[in-house]
Design a protein around this ligand. Sequence first.
Ligand SMILES: [Zn+2]
Length: 278
Amino acid sequence: MKTDQLLTRRRALLAGAVAVGAAGTAGALAGGLGEEPVRPAAPAPGPQARRPLKPSAYRLQPLTGHGAPRTAPGRTPVRREPLLRMTGRGRVMVLTFDDGPDPRYTPDILDTLATYDVRAMFFVCGEMAVHNQDLLARMSEEGHVVGNHTWSHPLLTRLTRRRIRSEMTRTSDVIEEACGERPRWFRAPYGAWNRAAFHLGAELGMEPLAWTVDTLDWTTPGTRTIVDRVEDGAAPGVVVLSHDAGGDRSQSVRALRSYLPRLLDSGYHITVPRRPRA
Ligand SMILES: [Zn+2]
C-alpha cells in the first residue's frame, strides 16, 4: 500500500513510541474518558455465544502489567497500551497477518496453516473484508481469529473520535456478517494507538493487540530475510507481525511455508491467544 511507504518514517517513530510506552511509561495515555457518553460496554455476546479458544495456560499481558482493568467482570478493560506478547511457560508463539484479506495471497496462507494444523490471527480491514467475505468465513471456520484493523487503514491519531468509531464499528459489522460473531481483538494501523482507540475498542468489546516481532515484510526485503527475522525473533510468547495484503505479498506467502515447519520442528506451539482476564 502506498500509504505504508509514505508513512514509513512515521511508522518507525510510532513503533518506537509504543515500545517505550510499554517499557515504562504506562499511564502516559491515561486520563479522562472524553466527552461522549459511553455506551454500555461490549455489545457483548453472552459467554455462551463466545467461540471457545483452545485451552492454553497462556494469556496475553502488557509488558508492564499495568492493565488498568477498572471495569466490571466480563467487560473489556480500557487499556493504556496494547498487549505485546503472551506470558506463560513454554515455547508458544502467535502469528498475525494484517491488512487483508486479499484473494491473491490469503488463500495460500490459509492453505499453509491448514497443512500444519496451525491457527493464526488475521487483522482485516473492512474495505478488503467486505469484498472477500468468503475468505473471512473460511478463516473463522478453520479456527483462526479474525480481528479488526479498521475500515480503510488510516492513521487513527489524525482522526476525530467520530471517524475512529466509524472505522472500527463498520469493520466489526462486516466481520460479524461474515463470521457470525463480532471481533474480540483490535489492532491500530501502523501501531499508532491513542486514547480514543483504546476507549472505543473496549466499548466495542475488543482487546488491543500489537506485536513483538515485526517482519517488515511489507518492504519486500526478500523471502529469506523475512524467514530470518521470524526465526531470529522466535522466543516464548512472541507475537509475529506479517501481512497478507497491501501490496505484493508473495514473499510473505513463501516465507511462511519455510519458517512455519521450522518453528514447529524447534518445538514451538503456534496458537491463538485467549483473552486476558480483566
Ligand atoms: Zn496494517
